[in-house]
Ligand binder design. Structure first.
Ligand code: NAD
Length: 355
C-alpha cells in the first residue's frame, strides 16, 4: 500500500525528532512492503519567519490531501511575545484541530517495562492507560466575556457547553477503544456540580448499556486526579471532556517518567488523523542532538494502528523501542545520573536496527 503523510516538522527539536520518525517509517515500509510519500507542510514559528503567519493559507487543504499528519512541535521564545494571533504558533495548533475536526485526543500513558523503576509511584501491576480527551468542545471553545458591573467591579466569564451529539461521538470512540484493549472504561466528570457533566453522564450511561461487554464506571474528576497518583494501574481507558482531559492527561504523562517517551493522536471522523509527541519544541536542547525521538516514533506506531489499520506494523515499532530500552540504551532525559546516553540520531538508528 501507498500512504501519503503530511509532515509538519515545526520548530525547535521538531525537525530532529520527525527526521528520525520518518526513517523508522521507511524501514517499516521496506520490511512490510508499503511506501510512504511525504509532503512537507510549513506551520508554527518557522512559518511566521517564512510567510508572516503561523498557519499559512492552504495548510488544512494540504493536510486533507494526505492520509495522516505527523507533527513535531511548534513554538518557542522567539515567537512567544507576539500579540498578533496570526503570528502566534499556538493559534496554528488550535486552527488545525478545528479545521480537521479532530474531536478525539488519545493520550496513552504506558510505563515501558525497562523504565519501571524510574516511576515514582507504586506500579506492581504495571501502568498502561489511555486518556481520551474531547478536543473541540467545552469551555475552551465557549463564549469568553469580560465586563464591569457597578456592585461587583470587573468580572470575567467562560461558557462551558456540550451537546448530546458531541458527548456521544467521543463516548463511542472511547467504548470502541476499550473493546480493543482490556475492556474497561472510566468516564470522568463533575456530575455532582456541573449540568454539562450530568448530561455527559446520562449519555455515557446510555452507551454503557449498548456496550455491555465493557466494564464501565463513573469517576468524579477530583477523585480521578487522586486515583491516578494513588493507583494508576487500575485504569485502562479514561474518557473525559476537554478541560478535565487537558489536566489529567498531563498528570498521567508524568507518572511514566519522561515527556520524551509519550505519543498522542488526535482523530476525527473524516479528516486525516494528526499524530504528535506530547512534548513541545524544547528550545533549550534544540539543534544539539539531545532530544529523545521515542515519543515521535511511538506516534508513528499510533498512526499505523488508528489511521492505517496496520496493527502488526504498530507492534513492530513498539517492540523495537522496548528492545532498545531493554538493552539499556538511553537518551539524556531518561538516563540515570552516571549512566551514559546516546543522541537523537543514534537512538533512531538503534530502533531501526531492531526492525
Ligand atoms: P517542552 O515540552 O518543549 O519542554 C519541557 C522540558 O522537557 C524541557 O526541559 C525540554 O528540554 C524537555 N523535553 C521536551 N521534549 C523532550 C525530548 N523529546 N527529549 C528530551 N527532553 C525533552 O515544553 P515547554 O518548554 O513548556 O515549551 C517549549 C515550547 O514548545 C513553547 O513555545 C510551547 O508553547 C511549545 N509547545 C508546543 C507543543 C506542540 O507543538 N504541540 C506542545 C507543548 C509546548
Amino acid at each position: 500500500m501507498n500512504y501519503k503523510i503530511a509532515l509538519i516538522k515545526g520548530d525547535g527539536i521538531g525537525p530532529e525528532v520527525v527526521g528520525e520518525a520518518v526513517k523508522v517509517m521507511d524501514a517499516i515500509g521496506e520490511r512490510f512492503g508499503h511506501t510512504f510519500e511525504y509532503t512537507d507542510v510549513l506551520m508554527g514559528g518557522c512559518a511566521v519567519d517564512a510567510v508572516g503567519k503561523s498557519y499559512p493559507d492552504g495548510t488544512a487543504e494540504k493536510c486533507k490531501a494526505c492520509d495522516a499528519v505527523l507533527l513535531g512541535a511548534v513554538g518557542g521564545p522567539k515567537w512567544g511575545h507576539s500579540t498578533n494571533p496570526d503570528r502566534r504558533p499556538e493559534t496554528a495548533l488550535l486552527s488545525i484541530r478545528k479545521d480537521l475536526e479532530l474531536y478525539a485526543n488519545l493520550r496513552p500513558a504506558a510505563l515501558r517495562p525497562a523504565l519501571a523503576e524510574s516511576c515514582p509511584l507504586k506500579n506492581d501491576e504495571g501502568i498502561d492507560l489511555i486518556i481520551v480527551r474531547e478536543l473541540t468542545g467545552g469551555i475552551y471553545f465557549g463564549k469568553r466575556e469580560r465586563y464591569t458591573t457597578e456592585d461587583r467591579g470587573e468580572e470575567a466569564a467562560d461558557r462551558m457547553a456540550y451537546s448530546e451529539k458531541e458527548i456521544e461521538r467521543i463516548g463511542r470512540r472511547a467504548f470502541e477503544l476499550a473493546r480493543l484493549r482490556r475492556k474497561k472504561l472510566a468516564s470522568v466528570d463533575k456530575a455532582n456540580v456541573l449540568e454539562t457533566s450530568r448530561l455527559w453522564r446520562q449519555v455515557m450511561h446510555r452507551l454503557a448499556e449498548e456496550y455491555s461487554d465493557v466494564q464501565y464506571e463513573d469517576v468524579l474528576v477530583d477523585n480521578a486526579a487522586m486515583q491516578l497518583v494513588r493507583d494508576p494501574g487500575q485504569f485502562d481507558v479514561v474518557v473525559t471532556e476537554n478541560m478535565f482531559g487537558d489536566i489529567l492527561s498531563d498528570e498521567a504523562s508524568m507518572i511514566t517518567g519522561s515527556i520524551g517517551l509519550l505519543p498522542s493522536a488526535s482523530i476525527g471522523d473524516a479528516s486525516p488523523g494528526l499524530y504528535e509527541p506530547i512534548h513541545g519544541s524544547a528550545p533549550d536542547i534544540a539543534g544539539q542532538d539531545k532530544a529523545n525521538p521515542i515519543a515521535t516514533i511511538l506516534s508513528v506506531a499510533m498512526m499505523f494502528r488508528y489511521s492505517f489499520d496496520l496493527p502488526a506494523e504498530a507492534e513492530a515499532v513498539e517492540r523495537a523501542v522496548d528492545a532498545v530500552l531493554n538493552e539499556g540504551w538511553r537518551t539524556a532525559d531518561i538516563a540515570k545520573s552516571g549512566e551514559t546516553s546516546v543522541g537523537t540520531v543514534k537512538m533512531g538508528e538503534l530502533i531501526r536496527g531492531k526492525l
